[in-house]
Design a protein around this ligand. Sequence first.
Ligand code: MG
Length: 429
Amino acid sequence: MSKTVFALVDCNNFFVSCERIFRPDLEGKPVVVLSSNDGCAVARSNEAKALGIPMGAPAFKYRDLFKREKVIPFSANFELYGDISKRIIRILTELTPRTEIYSIDEAFLELSQLTNTDYAAVARTLRERIWNEVGVPVSVGIATSKTLAKLASEYAKSQPQLHGVADLTSNTQLRTTALAKTELEHVWGVGWRLAPKLRAEGISTAAELAQLSTRRARQLMGVRGDQLVRELRGETCFELQILGTKPKSISRTRTFGEDTNQFHILESALASFATQAAYRLRQSGQITRRAGLFATTNRHKPGFRTWSKEIVFSTPTSDTGTLITSLINTMSELFEPNQFYHRAGVWLHDFQPASYLQTDLFGQTDLSAFTKSQQRMQSLDNLNSRFGRSTVRYAAEDLARTWQPIRKLCSPHYTTDWDDLPTVRLGEM
Ligand SMILES: [Mg+2]
């Protein structure tokens, strides 16, 4: 039987690349994208990396360096990044439906399903297409396991002569070099917890980890360790998780733009989280039996406090109104007016398919109410998908806006808001 071949397509410096689509003048300049509340760097251009700005660099610590080196900072524009990501996913799934969306800027593809077996050529064409149609540079790693494919894409990024494609299936020399040059900590699934254990065994590269006996790997890291070593040797242990895999839990969390002791501000934040989570739940075709919320004060200030509570629904639901009402009622029980709230979140879990509603033993389930709610949500989603997100929304969401993260340096929503369409000037210079 022929082996499964995977490709990992990874967008280079994704958030920065998205900003550059509409600002070609930023090409070749150091650019960083800052997280929620403009706190720390979550994406860096190669030029910014070369200046020694690390991932997660706190903006306030690097303010002088930004100024001196003319680093251009942006607040994260997630509307833009999400939309660009969707466009890339569309191109990938056109090539093959055997695509696993791993994160906003990474996807695994199963190439062995294709008729063209020149995988490197397929990858080069794909790369060119994404560049021409979307304007984002990507790196592609090709191998017979997901772990190796991920390693290959990182290696392709670090070696300009590979032009963004590393195919480890056709070139054993390349595979040996890539494994030898990958630091242990950069192997997918090793992480900061396992690395010291492995370093103590004298292992410092991916090549050395691949040499570890599977028995010892299992002793050190459990079943996952045994699989990890076999994956590095090119054996497929982790299968593709195809698009449409249903989430088992959904959560929405935010640090507020400013701390608050106002209930209506918390109410508005929770309503907004519940709206987003309920929408995601309906998109996955599921209903939930449990919802929970938490709120905390600032952990860096004295008297740090946290509150949380879970609600169990006798009839599972995906109704935004039901979720908002029960979460806000729960918060009103927990609320202490002399506290300043810094962060809050909502989670949903314990799902079942919306298609079958198990009637509970005591006959508490009101089927007609459930059907009505499903219809109401369907119309809400239809309206919002046609006329734009939040066209129709629950009033609680509008109670306040001050909880929203501060994004002072945000670029326009070029692709998702008519008012932010880029202007093109034609004519003589
Ligand atoms: Mg990336």
